[in-house]
Design a binder for this molecule. Structure first.
Ligand SMILES: Nc1ncnc2c1ncn2[C@@H]1O[C@H](COP(=O)(O)OP(=O)(O)O)[C@@H](O)[C@H]1O
Ligand SMILES: [Mg+2]
Length: 244
């Protein structure tokens, strides 16, 4: 991929859904560029299309029209099978309610995305899982099931699962929406360091203006388009983040 190109490029993106006989168009002629290693927060009222946009960028769904490139790949020219394979390698998804598999341990939950890659040996998988557990600070919780973890710990396991296959892109849909302030801070710090120290490109939907301040840039979805409410953009110098 050409490093001078944005990691994500949306050009004139629209998305229309059929809801019974009516058409809903949450995204209308939307443009967005996101640099590699940028941490972008996305805000906007409920129903404004935030999850729709994340799903397009994550290759879960496709735009009705417009151009969408992620990591040099044209996601509008990719069929569903190819999209699923692309997603497994290049995109980690983090949800508000973690979506861990309850009968599996933390270790086994983190292992799931690696099982999609048959060329990885059990030993390779173990090394990657242990590195991911170390990164989220949960080495000592590997054998715990989700019910034996706090919400903040569950979300850290979910982040370990999202990064274990080393994707370039992380999308997070209200990742701190169900957490108290302290647990939220830990998650936000982790996301900041993933952008700063690991060059992950991160798009985070949040309703919390304080959480959004962790990002380099905050955009609001309104009437299908992205609007920047204030022009203050944290420069990308990463010392500010990595020093913490
Ligand atoms: N799969 C779908 N089928 C039909 N309508 C949908 C679908 N997904 C989202 N929508 C509609 O698109 C609009 C935006 O939804 P969404 O992206 O979930 O908003 P947000 O995440 O900002 O709350 C809503 O009107 C929603 O009902
Ligand atoms: Mg949503």
């Amino acid at each position: 991929m050409n490093q001078t190109q944005p990691y994500i490029s949306c050009r004139g993106i629209s998305k229309t859904y059929h809801k019974g006989k009516t058409l809903v168009t949450p995204l209308k002629d939307l443009n967005l560029d996101v640099a590699q290693g940028e941490f972008l927060a996305l805000m906007g009222p409920s129903g404004s299309g935030k999850t729709t946009l994340l799903n397009l960028i994550a290759g879960i769904d496709q735009p009705s029209s417009g151009q969408l490139h992620v990591g040099g790949i044209d996601l509008t020219q990719t069929n569903r099978g190819e999209l699923a394979r692309w997603r497994a390698r290049h995109c980690g998804y983090i949800f508000q309610l973690y979506h861990l598999v309850p009968i599996l341990t933390a270790y086994e939950n983190i292992e799931l995305p690696l099982l999609l890659n048959p060329s990885l040996s059990r030993t390779d998988r173990k090394a990657k899982i242990q590195a991911a557990l170390r990164l989220v600070g949960l080495e000592d919780r590997a054998e715990h099931r989700p019910t034996e973890l706090s919400g903040g710990q569950e979300q850290r396991v979910a982040i370990a699962r999202a990064i274990v296959a080393d994707p370039g892109l992380l999308v997070a849909d209200e990742p701190t929406g169900d957490l108290d302030r302290d647990a939220s801070e830990q998650i936000l710090e982790l996301l900041r360091s993933l952008a700063a120290d690991h060059s992950k490109t991160i798009i985070m939907v949040t309703h919390d203006a304080h959480a959004a301040e962790s990002a380099h840039r905050v955009l609001h979805l309104e009437k299908g388009q992205l609007i920047r409410h204030n022009e203050r953009r944290k420069s990308k110098p990463m010392e500010e983040y990595s020093a913490k």
